[in-house]
Design a binder for this molecule. Sequence first.
Ligand code: FES
Ligand code: FES
Length: 173
Amino acid sequence: MATILVNGMKREVQASGDTPLLYVLRNDLQLTGPQFGCGLAQCGACSVLLDGKEIRSCTTTLTAVGTKEVTTLEGLPARWAHQKGLPAAESEKTLHPVQQAWIEEQVPLCGFCQNGMMIKATELLERNASPSVADIKTAFSTGVSAHLCRCGSYTAIIAAVQFAAMQMKGAAR
Ligand code: FES
Ligand code: FES
């Protein structure tokens, strides 16, 4: 048994320490935003934030998570509400600006990769409020490995990141 911090809550799970975090999230905690794509840290479909840094949950063990905080796609609204000092209840009514931007720009095609795309966008915008197109391309194509979309939604992703950046800067005023 282990205790992990997920989306602001301590959760007890029965899984052994060598279990991939992705399995714990999906099977034990019913957090099905993160997807199983390659299982080899090669595609990004399973991405989550670990203390604000994007990681591949398919190859990160429960032991490696330790006491760090996991944020999944489901936890982005509460993360945003917390960052803006909004009441927790607000997160039940509002999406994270990145999620809203994905809707506005109609990014998903089949949708399978989009969990990782939104997690990566959130990580980027938390450290760079005004990323250039080059910054966005670099963020999505470097690191552990590139984020892959078999449907070719890359142009829409760039537009959505720029849209989200404007919304987040507006909210900061
Ligand atoms: S499923 Fe984890 S990177 Fe592909
Ligand atoms: S939207 Fe289909 S894999 Fe990206």
